[in-house]
Design a binder for this molecule. Structure first.
Ligand code: C2E
Ligand code: CA
Ligand code: CA
Length: 648
């Protein structure tokens, strides 16, 4: 019956037929006997069937052959499995992935071509896995040394657990190579466990791209230094150990004095070279544990852990200062010296947030600049007090702006010869219920640093215009008298500023040519914004512009021609020394002459004595303002009556 199933032929039809007719001619040999071994036989329906044939002769009692018995086993399944295995083997052989099978004893049982290509031709079956694992030093994805016992293959062999896509690097001194590696226990059907399939794909190129991308995200492309985020993280990391062993962690922040001038004068290519050189020079003088980074522009940061005391930090600052201050040779052969202003702050119990410590180092750096640059300052009690006062004033200022608690006082400006009052300047005044009187020199910069200035500025402008218009209607002053209003940088760079001024004028009825806006030199140097556009628009409708605090800023003649400016206000600091300090006297004289040659008016601020007024008149200064004429006063006390000078 088995034969009937195999050959799909019923016994009764087969009996008596020649074997060759039944199973096909290839089933018999030239003597008519059945061939043994693996053969192809025919079924009744003509299809072929692979069989394994064993043949035994049949003999009679005396040993004469009478026939043979053939036992035929169906090989269909085995042949198919063999074909599948062959296909599988050729697929494994052609994989980009290296595939190595390791037996339970650690010997390799199969190795594909890619495995040999990636690991070397010496990797062949029967060698031991340990030879491969000890071939070259290995590292983890993050660059730490990887022990052979921790390799995914070793783990899979030891634990029987699959290890998936672990990144392993080979660091044999040449360029690092990276592999994505998996190791899975192989459980053979019915077979014993313990074999492991190890597959690996080389990802060196992909890793290089990924590493470069993450480097770019955390580093500054120009100097290749880590960025702010990295340094903040380094500062966070340093806090724990410092707490444990009682050492100090310092943050040093420095920027380059007058770097903008270098960029403007020599071009950005030179500026970039300077920054790169500063980075290299600084890197050379910090200690191995210190981290150097670039914050922005010409601002650098060093996080320095493990310091014994403040002196260690200042010593580091001095080394940085010396390194940075060395001369640069420009391509033209010219030498350039840049100096750093350095601020230092320490991580302390009170200031655990890295952001706060960084801001303190910044505050200290600004004091270095204020105190004359090329210095080092430490964030101390005094600066801490200043910072908290600033916070206090900032909070109070917010509500003062909301409740209109800041009001304008007015200070007259007189003709230097006749004493006639030609106008008034509005000066902001703030009386706080508990903090007392807070001077504008304190709150205007705070309003500037925050978003409060545009609102505060617009409020002062509008109320002053309204006051002036009302005085005029009441006959207290004439339409030839002027209103001076101070502007801060934030106002003029606000794109809606021209509209704000026009609105203040139209809503109060004050004529545009009665309004003078006082701007500082720094506003005119502002980069990127359309200051000139705003000035031209307003000058176009009749508004006048004066430069405030003239002589204290950049004093570049270029902008006097570029902007529609009509007057210079000579700063109080020069007027103070008039007639006593030869230098101040010379400066005032020079400013007046300069103004005359450019057809600009001059207004001297802070005139307190008759002697100062006399000097100014003699020099040809047009107008004067100061305690000699009148102090700033609330609106109801302002007097427009002419001032009488003592006879010369
Ligand atoms: P500034 O524009 O140079 O104003 C002149 C400053 O000198 C005023 O100080 C004024 O009170 C003071 N002063 C006037 N005459 C004399 C004098 O004879 N002797 C002395 N010792 N001082 C005199 P104040 O009011 O404290 O203002 C300081 C600065 O605050 C101003 O300097 C100005 O830059 C700014 N400021 C004041 N009000 C405003 C404002 O409404 N907006 C803006 N943006 N800034 C303002
Ligand atoms: Ca002013
Ligand atoms: Ca001034």
């Amino acid at each position: 019956p088995a034969a009937e199933v195999l050959y799909r032929r019923e016994a009764e039809h087969a009996i008596g037929q020649p074997v060759g007719d039944l199973l096909g001619s290839s089933a018999i040999d030239e003597h008519g006997g059945i061939r043994a071994g693996e053969q192809m036989h025919h079924r009744a329906d003509g299809t072929e069937i692979p069989v394994s044939v064993s043949v035994a002769p049949l003999r009679d009692d005396v040993g004469e052959p009478t026939g043979s018995v053939a036992v035929c086993t169906d090989l269909t399944e085995r042949v198919e499995r063999r074909a599948a295995e062959a296909r599988y083997a050729s697929v494994v052989a052609s994989l980009d992935e290296g595939v190595i099978v390791i037996g339970p004893g650690g010997e390799l049982t199969s190795v594909n071509e890619s495995a040999q290509r990636l690991m070397g031709a010496w990797v062949v079956p029967n060698i031991h896995i340990n030879r491969l694992l000890h071939q070259a030093p290995m590292i983890t994805e993050y660059g730490a040394a990887l022990d052979a016992d921790d390799h995914p293959v070793a783990r899979a062999l030891r634990t029987g657990q699959a290890q998936r896509r672990v990144i392993v690097g080979i660091d044999d001194g040449g360029p690092r190579r990276w592999f994505s590696t998996s190791a899975r226990p192989l459980v053979e059907e019915g077979g014993s466990a313990g074999s492991v399939v190890w597959t690996f794909l080389e990802i060196t190129d992909r890793k290089r791209v990924e590493d470069e991308l993450s480097f770019q995200a955390t580093h500054d492309p120009l100097t290749r230094l880590p960025n702010r985020d990295v340094l903040i993280a380094a500062l966070t990391d340093a806090a724990g150990p410092a707490c444990a062993n009682g050492t100090k962690v310092a943050v040093l922040v420095f920027d380059l004095d007058r770097f903008k001038t270098i960029n403007d004068t020599f071009g950005h290519a030179v500026g970039d070279r300077v920054l790169q050189t500063i980075a290299t020079r600084t890197a050379a003088v910090i200690r191995p544990d210190d981290r150097l980074g670039r914050l922005a522009g010409d601002e650098f940061i060093v996080v320095s852990p493990g310091l014994r005391d403040e002196a260690d930090a200042t010593a580091l600052a001095h080394r940085i200062n010396d390194a940075v201050s060395g001369p640069f040779r420009l391509p033209s052969g010219r030498e350039l010296v840049v100096t750093p202003s350095i601020g230092i702050a320490f991580l302390s119990d009170q200031d655990t947030s890295p952001e706060v410590v960084l801001s303190h180092a910044d505050v200290a750096m600004y004091r270095s600049k204020e105190r004359g640059r090329a210095r080092t300052e430490v964030f101390d009690h005094e600066l801490r007090a200043a910072v908290s006062r600033k916070l206090l004033v900032h909070e109070a200022l917010r509500s003062a702006v909301d409740t209109r608690a800041i009001v304008g006082h007015f200070q007259p400006i007189a003709d230097a010869v006749s004493g006639t009052i030609v106008g008034v300047e509005v000066l902001a005044r703030w009386e706080h219920p508990t903090l007392g009187s807070i001077p504008p020199d304190e709150f205007i910069p705070i309003a500037e640093d925050t978003a409060l200035m545009p609102v505060l500025g617009a409020w002062i402008l509008e109320t002053a215009c309204a006051q002036m218009a009302q005085w005029q209607r009441a006959g207290k002053c004439g339409s030839d008298q002027m209103l001076h209003v101070n502007l801060s940088p934030r106002q003029l760079t606000d794109p809606g500023f021209a509209d704000i001024v026009m609105h203040a004028l139209s809503s109060t009825g004050l004529r545009a040519d009665q309004l003078w806006l006082e701007v500082t030199e720094s506003i005119l140097m502002e980069e990127g914004s359309d200051v000139a556009g705003a000035l031209d628009t307003l000058r176009g409708i009749g508004v006048h512009f004066a430069i405030d605090d003239f002589g204290t800023g950049y004093s570049s003649l270029a902008y006097l021609k570029r902007f529609p400016v009509e007057a210079l206000k000579i700063d109080r600091s020069f007027v103070e020394g008039l007639g006593e300090d030869p230098e101040s006297t010379a400066i005032v004289e020079a400013i007046v002459r300069l103004a005359q040659s450019l057809h600009l008016e001059t207004v001297a601020e802070g005139v307190e004595t008759e002697a100062q007024a006399r000097h100014l008149r003699a020099m040809g200064c047009d107008r004067i303002q100061g305690y000699l004429v009148a102090r700033p006063a609330p609106a109801h006390q302002v007097d427009f009556g002419s001032h009488t000078f003592d006879a010369d």
